[in-house]
Design a protein around this ligand. Sequence first.
Ligand code: ZN
Length: 344
Amino acid sequence: MKAARVVWILALSLALTFSAACGDDDGGEGTEDGTGDTDPGDSTGDDTGSDDTGDPPPDEPEPPSSDFTIELLYIVEPTPSQREVFDAAVEVWTSVITNALAPAALDPGMIPAQCGGPLDGPVLTVTGVAITVDLSPIDGPGRTLGAAGPCGLRNTDQSPLLGTMIFDSDDLDVLEQRGILSTVILHEMGHVLGFGTLWEFEGFLQDPSVRNGPGSDTHFTGPLAIEEFEKALSGTYSGAVVPVENSGQQGSADGHWRENVMVDELMTPSITGFEPFVPMSAITIAAFEDMPYFDVSYALADPFTVPTRFAAPAPEGESLDFNCKLIRPKFEVSSAGDFYALER
Ligand SMILES: [Zn+2]
């Protein structure tokens, strides 16, 4: 998918790490024969465009129609170019998730401080997810790029209603200049929608490494994601499926696909520097379909193969780590917009 496509200059090594508190997973591994193989040359530019003059090329499918909505509530106003990148990420995720969720009234003035509120603005009827977006200093340049997750869940089906994303303002310019801001935002928005943040809540996370120790065979048990993983295998895989990051560190661990298996997939803890392309695999999309409240489309799934062999760790400076700080749900929210502390 174009929005997930990144171009960055390998020489500019900057040990960036995804979302906040994910600890530092030294995402160094990589493969020589990358996984994202042939991307049938699509552009890095705008997406959606459909020519009126014939069928769209096979690598640029029409985004499916979707009733899922993502409303961004900016705490700090982004620049126009940054806003374009946020909007493009919204377009991608609202094409992947396609169903409307139960409507809930959300008064920005009632959003708890833990979720980025209160904010000004009219009461919203949310049929997808609303996300507060903060652009603030976190830890200076590099390392933690942001924090993200669902902060409030519907009190009916426990689907995400209100999410929070915080991006380190000290990193934004560099990310934008290197063309990877879109990947970072896509990745963090995935956490808001529940990737890695609601797995345990829904009973899909087995053998978590934060609790059981580094090296546990942590895995995601959603049947549709398992099926897609097995389809993507180019050889055999002997571990438990689907393998989840098991470095034992908060943030990266238990909340991403396993770096040394999935390598350059969008939802691993780091971007591996061998490919100028970060694929969103059908495995990731299937993990959303496994959640009890989402319908999905695979139209934007990128070609992805789980590699059969793993090369030596990437030379320094050739990978970009995202130290993610995963935000877990703190509230349940009624359809009338009342917040209740989530006890668990
Ligand atoms: Zn992450």
